[in-house]
Structure formats: structure tokens, C-alpha cells
Design a protein around this ligand. Structure first.
Ligand SMILES: NC(=O)c1ccc[n+]([C@@H]2O[C@H](COP(=O)([O-])OP(=O)(O)OC[C@H]3O[C@@H](n4cnc5c(N)ncnc54)[C@H](OP(=O)(O)O)[C@@H]3O)[C@@H](O)[C@H]2O)c1
Length: 309
């Protein structure tokens, strides 16, 4: 298999590692190329290029069995979403008219589900967000869906929950720094997934997924914000954060995708990925997923750098 990972960053690099280990030829695209040599170390061939520039895609040599798009807007607002996600999707689909691409797998977000009643949502639930960034993500999904329906290129979308893992975990970082606050009434449901499980979910979808289909990638254990903080306090011995002041409750700190989830309150189901593709998360819940970081906090070796990335 020859695979292109567009936006080969936190998740893309881990996916690339898995794919090269299984014998695939992997090319990774980033605007900065491979500044720290991590792609080369993972056996990924780095190409410098910008998804938002069609000419940069044209310059990538060869055809691909799969293109996985894991590029991120780097937290930006609606303009960045429009440029990177929507514009990037259009560029990839256009490019596929001139290349042989077996399929495109696009990473989306569970922030497209606007439900606010704490209910379970599946891929069949309405995805009609009210916020501008959420609507841009839906429009991006639609570009890929239309490309599939019209026979331009088979596509799949993987809606990913809040990603944590080595060096990442926004609420965890705030908790350890003593900056977290408990939301009122137990808080919203948080849906999470470890970086390594995002990578294995993407691999399952690209190898066994049905074209034209959407898959949620999330762990087994949505957790209320207050319960998560209580778990962290028990596990680390650090104090339980105080309740948020009324003014703080209006704000929902965090990177853009998390902010997007700020108004919604739902539990996202991974049943389709598990039952249709046999996907099994290595970290079924935050308890296993955060065990290493918690042990580092307890032993005093935890480094906060990048945790809020
Ligand atoms: N973080 C979350 O909780 C979360 C939740 C749901 C979904 N997602 C989605 O999951 C995907 C992967 O996230 P991640 O955490 O791995 O993101 P990341 O670490 O920010 O990596 C994204 C990579 O994309 C590259 N990139 C950005 N703009 C580009 C462009 N125009 N052309 C080419 N490459 C570009 C960046 O490198 P350069 O700067 O060198 O280009 C970066 O290495 C993203 O689509 C993100 O939106 C994230």
C-alpha cells in the first residue's frame, strides 16, 4: 500500500508509524516538512507542502492507495477552518480527478453533534451544529460525501472525540497546574480518545471500512467533567478543583475543537467502529489512558510542556 498522510502531526505521525511497521510506503505532508526528523525516524517520507495550495498537491509525486487527511487548523477560528478544512477538502477532491487515489479518509470531529441533553449519539444522529466552526466541519464532510456519491473518489469520514496522549490533554494539564474549575451540576459529558487509538481507528477504517461511511472514534467511557476531576484528584492526591465562579462558567477554555464542544452535552457511541470493523481501543477509558501521566505526576516527573496543546 502507498499512503499519503496530509498534515502529518500528532495523530498523523502515530498513524504513519503503524502503517510503515506493517510494510506500507508512507508519505507525510506538512508545511514545515520534517523539522525535527520525527517522520524520517518513523520511516515516513516527508514532503513539504501546504494543503491549501493546489500547486503543492500537484507537486507530490505518484498515485496513492489511500490519502488520510489529519491536517488541523491549529485552533484558529472560522477563517482558519474555512481555509484548512473546507478549502483543503475541495483541493484534495480536485486533485483526485488528476491522480489515481484509492480513497480519501478525512478526520472530522464529534463537535458536529450539537445535542445538549446528555443523550447518546451515533453516526445516525443529527449533525446540525449552530456554531460557525461546526457548520464548516459539516460543510467539509459534505465535500467528501459528494465526491463519493458522484463517483469522483471513494471517501470516508472519521469523527474524532477530544484527543489526549503523550504531551496532550487540556483539562488534565489545567488540573495539574491548579487551574481547573468544576462546572456546575456535575458538568457536561466529556468524550475522549487516546492518540494511539485514533491511529488504530484510522487504520481500521482505511483497511476495512466501507466507502461513503462515517465512523465515530471515541473511547468507551464518556465521563462527566466533575467525575473526571474527582478521578484525577483521587489518583494523583492533588486537591479537587474549586467550583467555577459564575463568570468562568460562561467561558469554556480549551483549544478550538473543545471550545466547539462547549455548548453541547452528549455521549458519543463507538459501536459502529467496534461492531462493524472489530476495532478495539487499547485504552478503553481515561483510567488506562491517563495511567502513565498520573504516575508521572505522582512521582514528580510529569512535565507540563505541551499538555495543553
Ligand atoms: N485535538 C483534538 O482534540 C481533536 C478532536 C477532534 C478532531 N481533531 C482533528 O484531528 C486531526 C489531527 O489532529 P492533531 O492533533 O494530530 O493535529 P496537529 O498535531 O496540529 O497536526 C496537524 C498537522 O497538520 C499540519 N498542517 C496544518 N495545516 C496544514 C496545511 N495547510 N497543509 C499541510 N499540513 C498542514 C501541521 O504541520 P505544519 O504546521 O508543519 O503544516 C501539523 O503537523 C485534525 O484534523 C484535528 O482537527 C482533533
Amino acid at each position: 500500500m502507498r499512503i499519503l498522510i496530509v498534515g502529518c502531526g500528532y495523530v498523523g505521525l502515530e498513524l504513519g508509524r503503524r502503517l510503515t511497521a506493517s510494510g506500507a510506503e508512507v508519505v507525510g505532508l506538512r508545511r514545515q516538512g520534517d523539522p525535527d526528523g520525527t517522520m524520517a525516524a518513523a520511516g515516513i517520507r516527508a514532503v513539504r507542502g501546504d494543503l491549501t495550495r493546489p500547486e503543492d498537491l500537484e507537486a507530490i509525486p505518484g498515485d496513492f492507495d489511500v490519502v488520510v487527511c489529519t491536517a488541523s487548523s491549529n485552533r484558529g477560528g472560522a477563517d482558519a477552518y474555512r481555509e484548512v478544512y473546507l478549502g483543503g477538502a475541495r483541493n484534495l477532491v480536485d486533485w483526485s480527478r488528476r491522480r489515481r487515489l484509492g480513497r480519501i479518509v478525512s478526520v472530522g470531529s464529534t463537535s458536529v453533534y450539537p445535542q445538549s441533553d446528555g443523550s447518546w449519539v451515533t453516526e445516525a444522529s443529527p449533525a446540525e451544529p449552530t456554531g460557525q466552526t461546526g457548520q464548516l466541519l459539516v460543510a467539509t464532510e459534505e465535500v467528501f460525501a459528494e465526491a463519493h456519491r458522484s463517483g469522483v473518489v471513494p471517501t470516508q469520514v472519521v469523527r474524532v472525540a477530544g484527543i489526549y496522549g503523550p504531551g496532550r490533554g487540556h483539562l488534565f494539564g489545567r488540573f495539574v497546574a491548579g487551574e481547573a474549575r468544576q462546572d456546575p451540576d456535575g458538568g457536561r459529558w466529556i468524550n475522549m480518545i487516546h492518540r494511539d487509538d485514533v491511529a488504530s481507528a484510522l487504520e481500521a477504517v482505511l483497511r476495512r471500512g466501507q466507502a461513503g461511511r462515517i465512523y465515530n472514534a471515541v473511547d468507551d467511557a464518556p465521563v462527566r467533567q466533575g467525575d473526571f476531576l474527582r478521578f484525577l484528584a483521587d489518583a494523583t492526591g492533588l486537591p479537587l478543583p474549586p467550583a467555577a465562579e459564575p463568570r468562568e462558567r460562561q467561558e469554556s477554555p480549551g483549544p478550538a475543537p473543545a471550545r466547539q464542544r462547549g455548548t453541547s452535552n452528549k455521549r458519543v457511541s463507538n459501536r459502529r467502529l467496534r461492531e462493524e470493523l472489530g476495532w478495539m481501543p487499547r485504552f478503553p477509558t481515561y483510567r488506562e489512558g491517563y495511567a502513565e501521566a498520573i504516575a508521572a505526576v505522582v512521582s514528580g516527573t510529569w512535565a507540563s510542556a505541551g499538555a495543553s496543546a
